[in-house]
Design a protein around this ligand. Structure first.
Ligand SMILES: *Cc1c(COP(=O)(O)O)cnc(C)c1O
Length: 394
């Protein structure tokens, strides 16, 4: 018997749930790319993308996923042999480092492991050791999606300023944008990277790089800046085609317009607050389950957890059982353990983008049923804890 027929909840940390409004906006005949409404629509995206990253700087739109945006950001600021410092707090930080290596950068990684955020002391030591000022950029994930950890970007900026280091601060906000509070200008990020398929609720296929004047200056002498990745024509187009270096991602643009409208209508502060409350409801449930079984937070300190994605330990062999039950029996797809060994001892929940209280409460109740059905030991009272929190905070 399966009770999975009905609308599923894809609770993986990207791609996230695509709203009907976004799907409907994309459901149309191919538009003319040499004039007409698509031009105005595309130009209308720019100010809203800046608002969402909280910057007065520039934004370049690319056809590509997060990996493309990673490479785009680095290609614009690096020359072959330049040194970069990567602050890794999980698989995605290490992945971005790999892209820098591919561009022949000299990559130094400070690996904080998969259960901790960046601490300023090791960063401070690395910056002070760089007496020749060789480090061109400090790269960090705001949220590392494999660990569910959220890094303190202002603290990293403060450490860089305190060390008197002039490197660019480059931040991967692919998981966090429009989920966890992020303030590019106020927090002193020079380059920000994101993609369409997480908090921006649009199918995978668009990547974004925001950059300030300091980064724009570095770009002028960067010899990795090849024609296609060059952000300058995309940010200051002389003609529409320059925005994309070729054919526009037509339908994605309509979808993104609808998604940005939804964020603007709700208000960015409210979007962030909603993600915080829904994340805390899930954590309240996990707290209860953990009292009587192997479920445990990957990141112990709630202040260091992302509001977009959470990672949990569940004991070897248990994750496949629970995820399989939830998907096959109830239509809830949970995220796999990523970057951990054995992967089957971990699972993740994506609670990013188009997610509301009834979806999170249903996911919690479904996991509760899944734990019972699969015989994984767990504490009682998880649903009660989550509903109590939602009742108080909604
Ligand atoms: C999803 C994600 C990526 C990779 O994005 P893709 O679109 O899969 O290439 C990179 N960094 C972070 C933090 C992510 O969450």
């Amino acid at each position: 018997m399966s009770l999975a027929q009905g609308r599923q909840y894809l609770a993986i940390p990207g791609p996230s749930v695509v709203p009907d409004r976004v799907l409907q906006a994309m459901h149309r005949a191919a538009p003319n790319i040499y004039g007409g409404p698509l031009y105005d629509l595309t130009y209308s995206l720019i100010p809203d993308l800046k608002t969402i990253a909280r910057t007065e700087g520039n934004v370049a739109i690319y056809i590509g996923n997060g990996h493309a945006a990673w490479e785009a950001s680095l290609a614009n600021v690096l020359s072959r042999g330049d040194k970069v410092l990567v602050l890794a707090t999980g698989l995605f930080g290490l992945g971005w480092a790999e892209v820098a290596r591919g561009l022949k950068a000299d990559v130094e990684v400070i690996d904080y492991g998969v259960q901790a955020d960046v601490s300023a002391d090791r960063l401070d030591a690395a910056l002070r050791a760089d007496t020749g000022g060789r480090i061109k950029a400090v790269m960090v994930c705001h949220v590392d999606t494999s660990a569910g950890v959220r890094n303190d970007i202002p603290a990293i900026r403060k450490a860089m300023d305190a060390a008197g280091h002039g490197a660019l601060l480059m931040v991967d906000c692919i998981a966090s944008l429009a989920c966890d509070r992020f303030e590019m200008d106020a927090w002193g990020a020079d380059v920000t990277v994101a993609a369409s398929q997480k908090g921006l609720m649009t199918p995978p296929g668009l990547g974004f790089v925001w950059f300030n004047e300091k980064a724009a200056k570095v770009q002028e002498t960067a010899d990795c800046a090849t024609g296609y990745w060059n952000w300058k024509p995309r940010a200051h187009p002389q003609g529409y085609w320059q925005l994309f270096g070729g054919t526009a991602p037509t339908h994605h643009l309509y979808g993104l317009r609808a998604a940005l409208d939804m964020i603007m209508e709700e208000g960015l502060e409210n979007v962030w607050a909603r993600h915080g409350k829904l994340a805390r409801a899930l954590w309240a449930a996990v707290e209860a389950w953990g009292q009587g079984g192997p479920m445990a937070f990957n990141i112990k300190d709630p202040a260091k957890r992302s509001h977009a994605v959470s990672a949990f330990g569940l004991g070897a062999g248990n994750s496949d059982k629970l995820r399989g039950w939830c998907e096959e029996k109830a239509g809830l797809t949970l995220g796999i353990g990523l970057g951990r060994e054995p992967a089957d001892a971990f699972f993740r929940v994506g609670h990013m983008g188009h997610v509301n209280a009834q979806m999170i409460l249903a996911a919690i109740a479904t996991i509760d049923a899944g734990l019972k059905a699969t015989g994984i030991p767990h504490g009682a009272g998880a649903v009660e804890a989550a509903t109590t929190l939602i009742a108080a905070e909604a």
